[in-house]
Design a protein around this ligand. Structure first.
Ligand code: ZN
Length: 415
């Protein structure tokens, strides 16, 4: 860290969007080490921190760094490799074929490339699922704040849940922030889901749920291409034909009928997708006392042409919704600005400010970092980005419309 940051410095910009109060024109943020210590009008902040070095970003708006709530950097190298497929199951076959050609070195390079790209687009925190947690030790310290989620699949060995979880926790322990990701109901057994939940109240969990029509067909009707594919590779299909994916998930994560799902570790879950929900599912979601967090990936969603994401209904019943890029095996870039625009195209009535919340405060809260990330507030981490602005109209509209790489950033107090 440069000496100036350790001592403290002031960053001035035409405007500061704190996500914590009104827009500050001719604003400034004072930082010391990895923390924000002051924010306000430039003249006031510089008077309070007299003598500190000032970095003037000029005609830019200073923003909290963006938070990607769902990503798989393992597959950065698969950008453009898998053309749109007829079915979700065909895509799984294609990605499996691509993966069989990759070596551990390819994955290491892919993850590093992904970090660099995410950073160029203003992401300062990422929730990254990796199928290879054992590779984390071979990587340099991530250039941005990272939650490593070990992606777990036991479809071919459903009796190994305990060993699997123990061994990935061993690999993850060296990381500051980690979690577990039973991949999906169709690839991770009930035991594996439960074992992940038992890993501890402080362990964040994520999974893919109710993503595709084929997943709905598989669980509700015990039929369809995904059902046939998984049956052909030897999966026990006994859990199919008994309800929707959401119903199965709630049963799996709450095996005890003594408690309602929503009273224990549900706040630990970041649930990706939730595109396929029936009216009965919405009734269940309404009844949940404490709700899991939902991650929507608009770019990947468009790639697969999934059923419309029920944003308004989920929000109306109190779900915290954030955005993620998903992997480049089903998306074109790791830019959250591009994700915000893809979301906006489908939900033009949602204000740009509400959209920006999905990559800042909402995502911070999903990672249980609502008191350290997602806003510019004294005591919060010094994760900041600057982008050019003219403020001719709605500033948040201008932010969401920003294209390209960002001009300036600081992650954890490091420029
Ligand atoms: Zn994913």
């Amino acid at each position: 860290m440069p000496e100036s940051c350790k001592r403290g410095m002031i960053i001035r910009a035409r405007s500061v969007v704190t996500m914590d109060g009104p827009l500050i024109k001719n604003g400034a943020v004072a930082i010391s080490g990895d923390r924000i210590v002051d924010v306000g009008k430039f003249l006031e902040v510089s008077a309070r921190h007299w003598g500190q070095e000032v970095l003037d970003l000029g005609e830019q708006v200073l923003l909290p760094g963006l938070i990607n709530a769902h990503c798989h950097l393992d597959y950065t190298c698969l950008r453009g490799k898998i053309p749109r497929q007829k079915s979700f199951t065909d895509w799984i076959r294609s990605i499996n074929a691509e993966k069989s050609r990759l070596s551990p070195q390819d994955y290491v390079a892919s993850i590093n490339e992904g970090f660099a790209e995410a950073k160029r687009f203003g992401t300062t925190t990422i929730a990254n699922l990796t199928a290879f947690p054992e590779l984390i030790r071979q990587l340099p310290d991530p250039p941005i704040r990272t939650w490593w989620f070990a992606e777990l699949i036991d479809v071919r060995s459903p009796n190994r849940a305990n060993d699997l979880v123990d061994s990935v926790i061993e690999s993850l322990k060296s990381s500051q922030n980690y979690g577990l990701a039973p991949h999906a109901l169709f690839t991770a057994s009930k035991n594996l889901h439960q074992r992940c939940e038992e890993a501890g109240a402080d362990v964040l969990l994520t999974t893919h749920l109710a993503e595709s029509r084929e997943e709905m067909e598989m669980f509700r009707d015990a039929s369809g291409p995904l059902y046939e594919f998984l049956e052909s590779i030897g999966r026990d299909m006994g859990d199919c034909g008994h309800g929707t994916p959401l119903e199965c998930f709630l049963r799996v994560t709450d095996p005890s009928t003594k408690r309602l799902f929503g009273t224990q570790n549900e706040n630990n879950w970041l649930v990706a997708h939730l595109n396929e929900l029936t009216e009965g599912d919405f009734e269940l979601l309404k009844k949940m006392k404490t709700k899991f967090h939902v991650v929507h990936s608009p770019g990947s969603h468009d790639y697969f042409d999934h059923t419309r994401f029920p944003f308004k209904r989920l929000r109306a019943i109190g779900f915290n919704v954030c955005l993620g890029t998903d992997s480049l095996a089903s998306n074109e870039s790791l830019s959250l600005f591009a994700e915000m625009r893809a979301f906006q195209r489908n939900e033009p009535a949602i204000s740009p400010e509400k959209i920006f919340e999905m990559v800042t405060v909402n995502a911070a809260s999903a990672l249980r970092q609502q008191n350290t990330l997602g806003r510019i507030r004294p005591g919060f981490r010094a994760d900041l980005i600057g982008i050019p602005c003219t403020e001719d109209g709605d500033l948040f509209a201008e932010i969401v419309a920003f294209e390209g790489e960002i001009n300036w950033m600081m992650a954890n107090g490091k420029p």
